[in-house]
Structures are given as structure tokens and as C-alpha cells.
Design a protein around this ligand. Structure first.
Ligand code: ADP
Ligand code: ADP
Ligand code: MG
Length: 667
């Protein structure tokens, strides 16, 4: 076995590989770009080598720099992870030249499977069933058009070198073929540097079912069953599971056999995945082979109890496969959800920024979280915006679904937009829950997945108000503790006032909806009134924002995270990013910055609307911030005076930066 390996990747997969290497007593070397100097994979590795600027093209994708890092640190082998150089023939060759073991298949297998067209030719010879279509060398537009007509519409044009769901065009009718071919070729050239395409019959309502295979250098090849990755968005996987619902032992054996034959046909060694497209009747066709560890490999690990990275390391160091086909078994059901920093409400636009608060669900037998980030880290625009993979396991699919819903409900992310609620809805939607799966599920279930005009439940406003009041009480106590006279009535936060009644109003906003909560202080509790409903509320708040709530004797748990003016309320599996609307917040204590208005997210100042020194009314626009390709207007929290702007037009500002010095007029 190796003493030391280098991991030519970043993020969750680099961390994942380090974990297994460490368990096996193997030292690890990380590589990192300037943007990743403080990344989790760098912190976890035994050694780390800087390989260049943020752009992957100048760091993670530069073969020579990675080889040099391996030589400098004495790493005997390189694990490429997925993406980046994992399927790069030149990289594989370079490793071989330098006497470094590439933890993956032989370069000949990568070459054979690198082109979807060449792969299909090989599979044809190995008698593996293929999606009907044309995958020959003739690339003349008129000829391809003829082929498409013969196949019958709809057809799919695919870049032979494509990957990650890119370089594909669905053609519904003959008249559209030529235009879509041209656009597919343009994308293929710019994304993959190769405009060779193939044409396939477009299967309607298909499922994506893939088989995990493993080979060793002693001629053994096994399959580790299937994964169903039918739930996709734009041909990219969103939820994955194993085993595939409805799979019969006979079909599993047939697909397993076809996959093993595919692997044998290219002399495969190590972990690989043979992807099939399956019809609803169970018939299946070879689609492509991915010659690397797959993003969704954890679901296979959960149902087999195996560590696939350990297998990769054993095979790469020349050992035989640890188990034979007969010894492999499926136990229970596993699901994986890809948690991304992206905004489902804005067309899944990637979101960048600091992970102000990050609290994943507790890991254990049933829940696993593979991640490359920790609280305080940034999701940068340079790389894939994946925050984590959430994997759950239980004895059957229904119980695994329940685990997933619970784990998603427990996941708290503040600082970037994310798809957690979308994933919850997806997991809960009847089509997914009953395993009515096909690659069109998300499109078909749009109405359920993107509900419109939702009303904020009263409990959400109440919980937000309660958290605010409890936090104020805590701050008052802290202040009192550090004060000479802790018993002074001036520190009391029980509503006792010299000249006012113990009543106030807290105001919150979500989008266009503004809601006031009336507060009356009672001994050890608050009477809160919202929209005519009045409850007696008590709460206990911990420093991580966990709030034990009691509303009229009814107990529930919530989390309320403060980020500048935002109050992120997590309640019963939902997140409500409320904004605290309070003139006092910007002028008096608790403003965060003395008398300043804070940036709600990182962005660029694009206009100063008010003039310095101007007297303005409450709600008057003061400044416009552009963030996440959207404009945000910063308005006056109360009537008052604009004392000074802290930034000029064109300046970049960080999350929570003080933008405007503002003085509210005396009430
Ligand atoms: P999987 O089936 O493992 O999800 P994907 O095709 O979605 O495979 O890709 C896995 C990872 O590799 C993703 O992070 C994706 O962004 C990356 N990836 C896929 N194709 C390419 C490519 N051609 N160039 C760079 N990265 C890629
Ligand atoms: P990539 O290399 O981008 O992963 P694939 O060939 O694996 O490309 O296809 C990606 C996805 O596109 C599949 O998972 C499936 O949802 C869809 N797809 C591919 N081929 C077909 C087809 N012939 N008919 C219908 N859908 C297809
Ligand atoms: Mg694929």
C-alpha cells in the first residue's frame, strides 16, 4: 500500500478521499489554488501545495504543476477525484511517465470511453444494447440530418466529448435539425474543444439507471449494483438513490452483466460507472461510461457497507478486489441530495458569499454529510457551488425518505441562497415519494415544487419576534454582568420603563409582506399579538440560534439566525428569510454599526440616490446595491438625515458593511 498520496482536486471529494486515506494510515497531500488557501481540504491534509491562481485553468487543471507537487512531496500516487483531470488522458500519461500511480483506470480505457461515439462502437462489438442512433464518423450536416430522419423524431444530438449535461440538443422535428446541430456544435467546441456529435433516438419518459463496476489488475471485474439518478434538472443529477425502485433481481443481473462486459471490453481497472437509459418497460440501453469515481458513489457505499475509495486505493496498489460478486449484497436503501448554493426561485442562479451560519444535521448510522466547507468559508464564483452531499440510509425506501426529509429540515445554511427547501419539496412530492420516476419529473411537478403566493404562517412572525425579545434580554444580562452594579433597574429588560407603558411593536418583512407583532411584557414571558391572534410566549435561545419556543403552552423548536438585518427563521422544515424593520435598529443600540445601514449581502454600489446631508422621509431610497445580478434598494429606516455615504459608485462591499451613516429624526 502507498505511504503517501496526492489528491488532485478540491471541495468535498478531496475531503472524502483524505478521510479514507487517513483511516488506512496513508499520508495525504492536498493541492490548492490561491482562492482555496484556507479551504477545508487544505486544513485536513497532512501537507498542501499551492499550485496557482483561482482559475482552474491555471491551477487544478495544469498537469505539470500537479505532477511537480507530487514529486516535491514524494507522493507515490495521485487520486484525481471527479471532474478536473479525472478523465484526462494527458494527465494519465504524465503520471505514467513520471512513475506516479494514477488512481484510476489505464489510459487506454479512458481513451476508449472518452468519446461517446467511440464508446458506442466498442459496446456494439461487445453486444451491449445501445440507444438507437448514428455514432459514425461522417459529420456532414446533410448526412446527419438524413440519419435523424431515419431514426425518427424526437432525436437528441450529443457532443461526443460532452459531459456534465452540456452539449446536448433535443430536436422535435426535422425542420429544426440543421439549426440545432449548428448550435450544439458551437457549444461543443467552446466547452470541450471538439465538435464531433452523435445522434440518438430521444427516449420519452426514461429513467437514468447506472451500474457501479470495479475491476482489478488480476482480471476480476464485479458490479456493485445500480443507482437510480432519474431526478435531474437540465440533464444534471439532483437526487440519487440505490437500489433503483422497482428493479427486479433478473433485470439487475442483466444490467450488471452488460456493465461488466462493457468494462471488460476496455480492460477496465478501478471504479467506473456504466450509465444506461431505461424505458418504463425495463428495457435499457448503454449511454456512456464514466471512467472515475462518481459524485453519487456514497449511496452505493451505504447499501453495500463498503468504502469505494478504499477499494480504489487497494486496486491501484496492485491488490485483488476485496470481494467477489457472490459476496456482494444490498442492504436497505440510500438517498443522496446535492446541496447547492443556488437560488431555485431565480432559475437556480448560483449564489456566492460567506457561509455565515452552517449547521448540517448530526451524522450517524443514518445520516452522512460529505462536504468541503465549514461555517465562515466562502462559496466563491471560481468553482462548482456545491455546499455538500447529504446521504441518508434506512432499511427501506419509505424510511429513507423520512430520514431525508428530517435531515433536510435540520440543515441550516445562512449566507448564500440554497436549494434545501427545493430538495425537501422534491423529496416530499407525491411522484418521487411513490417512485414514479423519470428524467422529466422536476419539469412535470413544477406546480408542486415552485408554489406561488405563499402566506407566511403566523407562527413564523411570532417566533421571529420571540427570538428578538429573548436576545435583547440576554444582551441586557450580559451588559449587567459586566457592569459594576448588576442589580441596577436600568438593565432590566422586562418591559419596565420610567415613562412608557410596557408595550411595543416589532416589525418584520418578507418580500412585499410587512407584519407587525405587538408585544406586552409579562413576568418571564411576552404576550404577542399578530393579526388578531394573541399568545403567551416564552423562549430559550442558545448561542447557535436554537430557540426552544413555547406558544400558549405548545412547545416547538426553531432556529433564528441573525445576519445583518436579516432574521432567518427555520421552522418545521421551512426557512423564512425575514428582514427586521425597525428604525431603532439603525439608530440606537443593536445597530451593529453605529447609526449605519448595513449591506444585506456582498455586492457593488451602483447608485447613490439621496444626497449627503439631505433630510428624507421613512422608506426613501438612499442607495442601490447590485448583488447576485439583482438590484437592491437601501431605504431610509425612518425619517431622518443622510449624514454620509461610506462608499462610492462602483465600490465592492462585503456582507454587513456599513453603507450609509444615517440619523433618525427625534420621534
Ligand atoms: P456524475 O454522474 O458523477 O454526477 P457529472 O457528469 O455530473 O457526473 O460530473 C461530475 C463532476 O464532474 C461535476 O462536478 C461536473 O461539474 C464535473 N464535470 C463533468 N464534466 C466535466 C467536464 N467536461 N469538464 C470539467 N468538469 C466536468
Ligand atoms: P453526460 O456526459 O452529460 O452525463 P449523458 O449521455 O450521460 O451525458 O446524458 C445525460 C442525461 O441526458 C441522461 O442522464 C439522461 O437524462 C439524458 N439523456 C441522454 N441520452 C438520452 C436519450 N437518448 N433519450 C433521453 N434522454 C437522454
Ligand atoms: Mg452521464
Amino acid at each position: 500500500m502507498f505511504d503517501k498520496i496526492l489528491i488532485a482536486n478540491r471541495g468535498e471529494i478531496a475531503c472524502r478521499v483524505i478521510k479514507t486515506a487517513r483511516r488506512m494510515g496513508i499520508k495525504t497531500v492536498a493541492v490548492y489554488s490561491e482562492a482555496d488557501a484556507n479551504a477545508r481540504h487544505v486544513r485536513l491534509a497532512d501537507e498542501a501545495v499551492l499550485i496557482g491562481p483561482a482559475a482552474a485553468r491555471e491551477s487544478y487543471l495544469v498537469v505539470d504543476k500537479i505532477i511537480a507537487a507530487a514529486k516535491a512531496t514524494g507522493a507515490q500516487a495521485i487520486h484525481p477525484g471527479y471532474g478536473f483531470l479525472s478523465e484526462n488522458e494527458d494527465f494519465c500519461d504524465a503520471c505514467e511517465r513520471e512513475g506516479i500511480v494514477f488512481i484510476g483506470p489505464p489510459v487506454s480505457a479512458i481513451r476508449a470511453m472518452g468519446s461517446k461515439s467511440e464508446a458506442k462502437k466498442l459496446m456494439e462489438a461487445a453486444k451491449v444494447p445501445l440507444t438507437p442512433g448514428y455514432h459514425g464518423d461522417n459529420q456532414e450536416a446533410a448526412y446527419l440530418h438524413q440519419q435523424a430522419d431515419a431514426i425518427g423524431y424526437p432525436v437528441l444530438i450529443k457532443a461526443a466529448a460532452g459531459g456534465g449535461g452540456k452539449g446536448m440538443r433535443l430536436v422535435e422535428k426535422s425542420e429544426d435539425f440543421i439549426d440545432l446541430l449548428a448550435s450544439c456544435k458551437r457549444e461543443a467546441i467552446s466547452s470541450f474543444g471538439d465538435d464531433h456529435v452523435l445522434v440518438e433516438k430521444y427516449i420519452t419518459k426514461p429513467r437514468h439507471i447506472e451500474i457501479q463496476v470495479f475491476g482489478d489488475t488480476h482480471g476480476n471485474v464485479v458490479y456493485l449494483f445500480e443507482r437510480d439518478c432519474s431526478v435531474q434538472r437540465r440533464h444534471q443529477k439532483v437526487l440519487e438513490e440505490a437500489p433503483a425502485p422497482g428493479m427486479t433481481p433478473e433485470r439487475r443481473a442483466a444490467m450488471g452483466k452488460a456493465a461488466v462486459e462493457a468494462a471488460r471490453a476496455v480492460g477496465y481497472v478501478g471504479a467506473g460507472t456504466v450509465e444506461f437509459i431505461a424505458n418504463q418497460d425495463g428495457s435499457f440501453y448503454f449511454m456512456e461510461m464514466n471512467t472515475r469515481l462518481q459524485v453519487e458513489h456514497p449511496v452505493t457505499e451505504m447499501i453495500t457497507g463498503l468504502d469505494l475509495v478504499e477499494w480504489q486505493l487497494r486496486v491501484a496498489s496492485g491488490e485483488k478486489l476485496p470481494l467477489a460478486q457472490e459476496q456482494l449484497q444490498i442492504r436497505g436503501h440510500a438517498l443522496e441530495a446535492r446541496i447547492y448554493a443556488e437560488d431555485p426561485a431565480k432559475g437556480f442562479l448560483p449564489s456566492t458569499g460567506k457561509l455565515v451560519h452552517l449547521a448540517p444535521p448530526a451524522e450517524g448510522l443514518h445520516v452522512r454529510v460529505d462536504t468541503g466547507v465549514e461555517e465562515g468559508d466562502e462559496i466563491s464564483p471560481h468553482y462548482d457551488p456545491m455546499i455538500a452531499k447529504l446521504i441518508v440510509w434506512d432499511i427501506n425506501r419509505d424510511r429513507a425518505l423520512a430520514r431525508m426529509l428530517q435531515a433536510l429540515a435540520d440543515y441550516r445554511v445562512v449566507g448564500v441562497a440554497n436549494n434545501i427547501e427545493f430538495l425537501s419539496r422534491l423529496t416530499a412530492c407525491p411522484a418521487f415519494a411513490t417512485a414514479d420516476l423519470d428524467t422529466g419529473l422536476i419539469e412535470r411537478e413544477k406546480a408542486y415544487l415552485f408554489p406561488e403566493g405563499e402566506v407566511v404562517p403566523e407562527d413564523v412572525w411570532l417566533v421571529a419576534a420571540l427570538a428578538e425579545l429573548v436576545r435583547e434580554g440576554q444582551r441586557a444580562q450580559e451588559a449587567a454582568r459586566s457592569h459594576r452594579d448588576p442589580l441596577s433597574p436600568w438593565h432590566a429588560r422586562d418591559g419596565w420603563r420610567l415613562n412608557a407603558s410596557a408595550k411595543r411593536e416589532l416589525v418584520f418583512r418578507l418580500g412585499e409582506t410587512q407584519q407587525a407583532v405587538d408585544v406586552t411584557y409579562c413576568a418571564g414571558a411576552f404576550r404577542l399579538t399578530v393579526g388578531g391572534r394573541s399568545v403567551l410566549a416564552r423562549g430559550e435561545l442558545n448561542p447557535r440560534g436554537l430557540l426552544r419556543v413555547e406558544l400558549d403552552g405548545l412547545r416547538m423548536d426553531a432556529t433564528v439566525i441573525v445576519a445583518a438585518e436579516k432574521r432567518h427563521v427555520f421552522l418545521q422544515g421551512r426557512t423564512w428569510p425575514l428582514t427586521r424593520v425597525d428604525p431603532l435598529l439603525h439608530t440606537g443600540e443593536g445597530a451593529g454599526a453605529e447609526g449605519g445601514l448595513l449591506a444585506p449581502m456582498p455586492g457593488k454600489v451602483i447608485a447613490l440616490v439621496a444626497a449627503e446631508g439631505a433630510k428624507v422621509e421613512k422608506g426613501a431610497p438612499l442607495l442601490i446595491l447590485e448583488a447576485m445580478k439583482m438590484e437592491h434598494t437601501i431605504t431610509a429606516p425612518a425619517a431622518g438625515t443622510v449624514k454620509a455615504f461610506r462608499f462610492g459608485v462602483g465600490d465592492q462591499v462585503g456582507d454587513g458593511a456599513e453603507l450609509v451613516e444615517f440619523e433618525a429624526a427625534a420621534a
